[in-house]
Design a binder for this molecule. Structure first.
Ligand SMILES: [Zn+2]
Length: 536
């Protein structure tokens, strides 16, 4: 064997859930070539071999964010930040808008992102009038943390032609005070305003991919799924990803899931010859996204039983149309990635998938995915396991939205949400991710939530659904690769796999779970090359 290019020693190497720990690892040609006892691996060292001393730190397979929106994340990193950490009160939120207005020419859009009405001091959305007072010379549109609800100011509503006579569009609704729209737009109603906002340029799209990708590298990620390519800028997003890859500006391996709603890019992509499971190790076409419902926090997820405040949420499409889309994309060979959060939406998704299962096009082996999949019942879990339909939840939702689930659904349903233990015990392979920019990509907060089930206020949301730290890391690495048909090459540190490695600032397996929150990624390796070094 040729000399190793790189050898890691001096700390534990977590190889994978079933492989356990090793003392040393060697890399050649971008792949892991040996892993095991220190002396045996060191024997592969040659004169030019580089050495990394872990100094008691931990090396793990690099993280894989199995459901996020890389390109929108990069775009929103340039928008007004209204997240709870930055704007905990209505006044602070409005101040952020006022500050943005000072730096934005009259008439230009101000777009903000990440507020959460349930966490704000006033416990409600800002109004069109409040946003207007903060930025009287600019149209303003701010989007709630879930991405399913937005608020426009009066100028933006006027530009969009929204007034008391505007009906609720199908699949959406406008909140009204005494008949007048008060600024809050739900689901498809957001489009009324969004279509007036100038779309990002090609350069901005490419910059966004690179910006978000570099940000992820700093957290130890080398692989992501962009869960709805085309949702922001149509086919130009495919062009931007392709250009990013060709010019060396795609920082993370990206599994593209195309926007498959009728206003998405499924047909345009197909007409251009784009086919599932094509591409290379950095950029692949994988799945097709269809939305079935909304979010549990926004009370738009479709439930079989009403929310405590009333209503059972909403379906985005009539059942027949929804099942028709599933059947079509299944026949075309796409992996289905269906957004379904409420138990009624998950039921409709399963019925649609089961109906698409034929002798010539069986479901088996297709690894169809239910994105988020938060409120599953035991019958649904059994059917998913029988057909290899995988849940793709976001661990961090329990932390960020768990309190809202308690408020909206009560203890029994909130505690039974995101049933990780039940899924794994049923033989399913849940992967995890952030749904960024919906939630934070912070892998350590995600891991901490999986092992503690603690919400933002410290409530334990169903202790019986906790999983072990090794299972949590497995979900974040191997299961992510599995969900992207990449487990043969990614997700573990064994000979033959990509040397995609994260070196963490401490050995998280040797400490109690709260130490996760003090942990950072020190080094990220992609193909055996250091792409992030905290000391640089
Ligand atoms: Zn998403």
């Amino acid at each position: 064997m040729a000399y190793a290019e790189l050898i890691l020693t001096g700390g534990r190497i977590f190889q994978g859930l079933h492989e356990g720990f090793a003392e040393a690892l060697a890399v050649a040609n971008g792949r892991v070539v040996a892993v095991g006892q220190r002396d045996a691996v060191r024997a592969l060292a040659g004169p030019d071999t580089k050495h990394i001393d872990l100094a008691g730190r931990l090396a793990i397979p690099a993280f894989n964010d199995s459901h996020q929106h890389l390109l929108p994340l990069g775009l929103t990193m340039g928008q007004v930040d209204l997240r709870q950490e930055v704007a905990p009160t209505l006044n602070a939120l409005l101040q952020q808008i006022r500050t943005a207005a000072q730096h934005t020419p009259k008439g230009q859009w101000i777009v903000g992102r990440g507020f959460d009405d349930s966490a704000l001091d006033v416990g409600r959305n800002p109004t069109a009038d409040e946003l207007e007072a903060a930025a009287p010379h600019n149209p303003v549109f701010i989007v709630r943390t879930c991405g399913h609800v937005g608020v426009a100011n009066r100028s933006a509503l006027a530009l969009a032609g929204v007034d008391a006579s505007t009906p609720d569009p199908s699949g959406g609704s406008l909140d009204r005070d005494g008949g007048q729209p008060n600024g809050t737009l739900r689901e498809h109603a957001m489009k009324l305003v969004r279509r007036k906002i100038a779309p990002p340029s090609d350069t901005q799209l490419l910059d966004a991919i690179e910006r978000a990708g570099r940000y992820l590298q700093k957290q130890g990620f080398t692989r992501v799924m962009d869960a709805c390519v085309g949702m922001t800028a149509g086919m130009r997003e495919i062009a931007a990803y392709t250009a990013a890859h060709q010019t060396g500006r795609l920082p993370v391996r990206t599994w593209m899931c195309l926007a498959g709603n009728p206003d998405g890019i499924a047909d345009a992509a197909w007409a251009q010859g784009i086919r599932p499971n094509t591409g290379d190790s950095m950029l692949r076409y994988g799945a097709m996204k269809v939305f079935c419902d909304g979010s549990a926090g926004g009370r738009t997820a479709a439930m079989t039983a009403p929310y405590l405040q009333g209503g059972t949420g909403m379906f985005i499409f009539p059942t027949e149309e929804f099942h028709g889309l599933l059947a079509k994309y299944h026949r075309q060979g796409w992996q289905l990635a269906i957004h379904a959060i409420g138990d009624a939406a998950i039921e409709s998704t399963l019925v649609g998938m089961e109906a698409a299962d034929t002798a010539t096009q069986p479901l088996a082996g297709r690894r169809h995915r239910i994105e988020h999949c938060e409120f599953t019942n035991p019958n649904q879990i059994a059917r998913m396991a029988a057909r290899g339909i995988e849940p793709i939840p976001q661990a961090i939702f329990v932390y960020e939205f768990g309190e809202m689930y308690l408020q909206n659904l009560g203890q029994d349903r909130a505690f039974a949400s995101n049933p990780w233990r039940a899924w794994i015990d049923a033989g399913l392979h849940p992967a995890t991710g952030s749904d960024a920019p919906v939630s934070a990509t912070d892998p350590f907060r995600n891991l901490h939530t999986l092992v503690t089930r603690r919400t933002i206020k410290g409530t334990v949301l169903g202790a019986d659904q906790r999983i072990s730290l090794a299972e949590a890391v497995h979900a974040y690495t191997w299961a992510g690769a599995y969900s992207q048909f990449a487990e043969a090459a990614s997700g573990r540190l064994v000979p033959g796999q990509y040397a995609d490695i994260a070196v963490l600032s401490r050995d998280i397996f040797a400490e109690d779970p709260d130490a996760l929150l003090e942990t950072q990624t020190d080094l990220t390796l992609l193909d055996g090359k250091i792409v992030f070094n905290r000391r640089d």
